[in-house]
Design a protein around this ligand. Structure first.
Ligand code: MCA
Ligand code: AMP
Length: 484
């Protein structure tokens, strides 16, 4: 297989990484990642403490150069979820920025400090990277993602899947080494890490990470060198709110080559507000951790607002009915489940052959997303098969994992978790609680903090409602539809 990052072996003078004021050229990235890669030889799997800093990019590139699978870890992860990920993926080493204090489950592992710029660094460009593994099926990343029940599953992504999805996006978006991709996405999911960091590096262009998302940061970056913006709908919602009264932000958005949204549906009112304020349309692409990118509105087609565009090169997409029969209608109305086949697909769920087998219909991956297809071949996502998967702020959250965490609190007798529509987050997590002692229930804040401490801050309920009993059918199954 050809190298994942050809620009690392070149004499490119472009910046590779820009995080706030910290800029690393391709030569410097080659030096830092190459030196680290040599120290990873012999390791089976490495955990990467994925802070929004250049060290995360250096650590992941080093692991890819060394051919050692990397497991990116949310630096805001709670104790229970971290214990699961470490136990399941069994890394032999953790990579973290120098000076970071790690939680116990990771502090117990061998550690290598990552320096984006080693002490005493003189900007030396380092040796050319060694031979990259030529087995394109080799695992490159293991990204944890939530299901409806149980703890998150590790999605094994190969070098092939990463390369092919990024090259398909380059075709769809006319993405080149001249692009500077601006974003403030977290670096432990496919969106921020694969598209937002590995994408620009594969093209030989630049990542401009904001450290933390803010409309002001976006305005500054796009008014400067930024050409393309990546974000989740919550970010575009906040940009839409701000752009109406902020001509500088509106002008910066108007000047971008592409504004791309994904990870959840971008509501039409937000599309329209951004269009009204900037004269520009946001385009949407559709993907999933297991499939990386499947469809996108292309740079060379009409914006097809409200759809997620057409299948990417090499990706086959079909709609099937409840019986699993393919639907041929392209009337923009007939709804079916999206199934996907192509070189962008994951290899397996780590240690979960049962779940891997269940996820496929032959060689078609069942996404669980429901959609229509129109005469132009554009897909419109209309919902999900399971109500137990919640998308909040672009994060996928399983109702079951939050219910289990809540049931672990001594004051909780019964718990059910649902999603409520939210203008900012798309959906917000609502917890319905039957306390053990109705006379002194735990406070909503206590339960929220409990979930944030066990799982992750973004999984915490944003609303807690107390009940005397959960609605159940004759079989004892909780009737979530009645929880409104
Ligand atoms: C509040 N905080 C707490 C608590 N309450 N921390 C601990 N315990 C609590 N009880 C803190 C948070 O840690 C954080 O701290 C601050 O309060 C705000 O957090 P939060 O409310 O969660 O942030 P938000 O404002 O709601 O975040 C919105 C966001 C975020 C920035 C849009 O949701 C986000 O980054 N989303 C991106 C998700 C994403 O990348 N998804 C991709 C997966 P502090 O103030 O210090 O920060 S999907 C994917 O990859 C597929 C392939 C695809 O299609 O893309
Ligand atoms: P994740 O499992 O976190 O990778 O999230 C993948 C899910 O995000 C998909 O199955 C979809 O439900 C949703 N998703 C991603 N992109 C879009 C989009 N542009 N529009 C609607 N839903 C999306």
């Amino acid at each position: 297989m050809s190298p994942l990052f050809p620009a690392l072996g070149s004499a490119s003078s472009r910046p590779a990484l820009r995080f706030g004021g910290q800029i690393l050229g391709y030569g410097e990235l080659r030096g830092a990642a190459g030196a680290l890669a040599r120290r990873l030889t012999g390791h089976r799997r490495v955990a990467v403490w994925a802070t929004p800093e250049p060290e995360t990019a250096v650590a992941v590139v080093a692991a890819l150069l060394a051919g050692v699978p990397a497991v990116p870890v949310n630096p805001r992860i709670g104790a229970r979820e971290l214990a699961h990920i470490v136990g399941d993926s069994a890394p032999t080493l953790v990579l973290a920025p120098r000076g970071t204090v790690l939680p116990d489950a990771l502090a117990a592992l061998d550690r290598l400090d990552v320096d984006a710029r080693p002490p005493g660094d003189t900007g030396d460009t380092g040796d050319a990277p060694g031979e990259e593994p030529d087995d394109e099926e080799r695992a490159a990343l293991i990204v944890y993602t939530s299901g409806t029940t149980g703890p998150p599953k590790g999605v094994v992504l190969s070098r092939r899947a990463i390369a092919r999805t990024l090259d398909a996006l380059a075709d769809a978006w006319a993405w080149t080494d001249r692009d500077v991709v601006v974003h403030g996405l977290p670096l432990f999911h496919v969106h921020g890490l694969v598209l937002g960091v590995l994408g620009p590096l594969r093209r030989g262009g630049t990542v401009h990470h904001l450290g933390r998302f803010s409309p002001e940061g976006v305005a500054d970056a796009l008014a400067g060198d930024g050409t393309v913006l990546f974000g989740v709908p919550t970010m575009y919602h906040r940009l839409a709110e701000a752009a109406g009264g902020d001509p500088r932000l509106a002008a910066a958005l108007a000047g971008a080559r592409l504004l791309v949204s994904g990870s959840a549906p971008l509501p039409l009112p937000d599309h329209e507000r951004i269009l009204a304020a900037t004269g520009r349309r946001v385009i949407e692409r559709y993907g999933m951790t297991e499939t990386m990118m499947n469809t996108s509105v292309r740079a060379d087609m009409p914006p097809a607002t409200g759809t997620v565009g057409v299948p990417l090169p090499g990706v086959e997409v079909r709609l099937v009915d409840d019986a699993g029969e393919p639907l041929t209608a392209d009337d923009g109305e007939t709804v079916g489940e999206i199934q996907v086949r192509g070189p962008n697909l994951f290899t397996e769920y780590l240690n979960r052959p049962d779940a891997t087998a269940e996820a496929f219909d032959g060689d078609w991956f069942r996404t669980g997303d429901m959609a229509t297809r129109d005469a132009a071949g554009c897909y419109r996502i209309v919902g999900r098969k399971s109500t137990d998967l919640i998308k909040s702020g672009g994060y996928k959250i399983g109702a079951g994992e939050i219910e289990n965490a809540l049931l672990g609190h001594p004051g909780v007798a019964e718990a059910a978790v649902t999603a409520a529509p939210d203008p900012d987050l798309g959906e917000r997590v609502v917890a319905w609680i039957v306390p053990r002692d109705a006379a002194s229930p735990p406070s909503a804040q206590e339960l929220t903090d409990h979930v944030a401490g066990q799982l992750a801050a973004h999984k915490r309920p944003r609303e807690v409602r107390f009940l005397t009993a959960l609605p159940r059918n004759d079989m004892g199954k909780i009737l979530k539809r009645e929880l409104v």
